[in-house]
Write a protein that binds this ligand. Structure first.
Ligand code: A3P
Length: 301
């Protein structure tokens, strides 16, 4: 149990990964029964790394012939409810496959935990990662708001220490990134690696890369007509976080569990960690990142 959350959130370790029970059950079910289709595209991420954003972008990209920015379901539906989640929406994905409908599928599973049929197929994987320090702060607020704890009752230092021990939903964070990173070196054609911070500094080229990789490249006419810019605007933090559905709706994770949609949109700032980390914490985490990721050349700091 996570003591900093007053034991209101219990995690279980399985295959070297920590999970909340419901995600663990979803993982095992997917491992036992999911059959990938070669046309599937997976959006893979560690929680709080920009999943909501990437889901919105992927959805807007693949549905752009059907909807424009004034009719998009993204205006009335949380991005998580537009794109099925492997650990939760298995039945829906099976139905989609039956109907030859292959929208992107998202998952937080570690690469080594992916159902065998995904690894055996020619599926594509879009992976997004974000610097570990901002992920910790984002995760801290997300969980403490879910269990409705004010900051004074949820010590950040304890949350930080647990995260650095690898104990978080889908933790360890670094193993998640490393698993996909190593696989991408072996099978580069299968992966598109994205960095949250890079997507912010250069959304246009990143959105074009995503579209092309997913098999939905923009035509020159579309580019000239400003379609890329319109998708970026529709999926921006400013637009999405101000929509009524994302301010007041609820996301049902399970029959008994619902999360307020607004919790997926906090402030989307890079470097917010500077407001939370002591010098000691910075030293500790920089050492951890060097230890775990130093050899990869992936910049996580
Ligand atoms: P912060 O908590 O730092 O604000 P995930 O979607 O993987 O759960 O990640 C959530 C983080 O992405 C949150 O970060 C959230 O504010 C940010 N986010 C949500 N929608 C976004 C968007 N459209 N553009 C950029 N960041 C977004």
């Amino acid at each position: 149990t996570c003591s900093w959350l007053k034991n209101m959130f219990t995690l279980y370790k399985h295959e070297e990964v920590w999970n909340h029970q419901q995600f663990l059950e979803g993982k095992i079910l997917a491992q036992q029964s999911f059959k990938a289709h070669p046309s599937d595209v997976f959006i893979c991420s560690f929680p709080k790394s920009g999943t909501t954003w990437l889901k919105a972008l992927a959805f807007a990209i693949v549905t752009r012939a059907k909807f424009d920015q004034s009719s998009s379901p993204l205006l009335t539906t949380l991005p998580h409810d537009c794109i099925p989640f492997l650990e939760k929406d298995l039945e829906q994905i099976v139905e989609n496959h039956k109907n030859s409908h292959f929208p992107p599928i998202s998952t937080h599973l570690h690469y080594n935990s992916l159902p065998q049929s995904i690894l055996a197929s020619n599926c594509k994987i879009v992976y997004i990662h974000r610097n570990m320090k901002d992920v910790i702060v984002s995760y801290y607020h997300f969980l403490r708001k879910i269990v409705k704890l004010p900051m004074e009752d949820a010590p950040f230092e304890e949350a930080f220490d647990e995260f650095c021990q690898g104990v978080s939903n889908y933790g360890p964070h670094w193993d998640h990134i490393l698993g996909y990173w190593k696989a991408s070196l072996e099978r580069p054609e299968m992966f598109l690696f994205l960095k949250y911070e890079d997507m912010k500094t250069d959304p246009i080229s990143n959105v074009k890369r995503i579209a092309e990789f997913m098999g939905y490249p923009f035509t020159i006419d579309e580019e000239k007509a400003g379609v890329v810019e319109r998708i970026i605007k529709l999926c921006s933090f400013e637009s999405l976080s101000n929509l009524e559905v994302n301010k007041s709706g609820m996301h049902r994770v399970e029959e008994t569990i619902a999360i307020e949609n607004r919790l997926f949109f906090r402030n989307a700032k890079d470097g917010d960690w500077k407001n939370y980390f002591s010098d000691e914490m910075i030293e500790k985490i920089d050492k951890l990142i060097d230890e775990k990721m130093g050899a990869t050349g992936l910049v996580l700091k």
